[in-house]
Ligand binder design. Structure first.
Ligand code: C5P
Length: 222
């Protein structure tokens, strides 16, 4: 029996992690949030007062750090050096600067290596920007999730509201556009639909509908 690999890529806030978590739970796959890994790298730079463009210094810090995922109360938590940073990696400071850190070649090489290692042991559903193009080019299923900027911003707005965070809808829209631009225009493994990926526009779909569509695609390949 071979391992199943499902790659879900797409722009910021398209709902990748929400649907990937549900599908992983339903099918007994491991879910790997690669964005959380780049966010953890950015947090490590931040906490050590290292410039977000200082590739050598950041790589050195990462080489001396541990980044782990742990399942707790049905939720995936991210740990850096044994500390739960699941909340810290989602602050505006980290979100605004993660695209700069994730564009650094040696950081990407390191993360891709870790991601492939994790994917090699278990059926996996992995979400990010370059999973179908670079990390798992032979994945059985590749999905490219898109949605209008307005609908993505609105989802993020409601998500924030639920967590008691207030951010202007217009500011969220702007942040999403800036981050997508940076992620799509960087030199190394930019955000891009793999040639063999199936594009799914979730603008007018509910979470359940997206889950159902992707699950159907996966089950056809099993
Ligand atoms: O998925 P999330 O929005 O948490 O990702 C945060 C950032 O990490 C992205 O904006 C991008 O800069 C970077 N990233 C990446 N490659 C991936 C996943 C995320 O460059 N596979």
């Amino acid at each position: 029996n071979y391992l199943m690999q499902v790659a879900i890529d797409g722009p910021a806030s398209a709902g990748k992690s929400t649907v990937a978590k549900i599908i992983a739970h339903n099918l007994g796959y491991i879910y790997i949030d690669t964005g959380a890994m780049y966010r953890a790298c950015t947090l490590i730079a931040h906490d050590n007062n290292v410039d977000y463009g200082d590739e050598k210094a950041i790589l050195n810090l990462i080489d001396h750090s541990t980044i782990d995922f742990k399942q707790e109360d049905g939720e995936q938590k991210v740990y850096v050096n044994g500390k739960d940073v699941s909340i810290d990696i989602r602050t505006p400071e980290i979100t605004e600067n993660v695209s700069q850190v994730s564009a650094l070649r040696s950081i990407r090489e390191k993360m891709v290596e870790l991601q492939r290692e994790m994917a090699g042991k278990h059926d996996v559903i992995m979400d990010g920007r370059d999973i179908g193009t670079t990390v798992l080019p032979d994945a059985e299923v590749k999905i490219f999730l898109i949605a209008s900027v307005a609908s993505r911003a609105k989802r993020r707005f409601l998500d924030f509201q639920e967590k008691g965070i207030h951010q202007d809808l217009k500011d969220i829209e702007h942040d999403i556009e800036v981050r997508d631009y940076k992620d799509s225009h960087r030199e190394i493994s930019p955000l891009k639909k793999a040639d063999d990926a199936i594009e799914l526009d979730t603008t007018n779909l509910t979470i359940d509908e997206v889950v159902a569509k992707i699950t159907e695609i996966i089950q056809k390949k099993q």
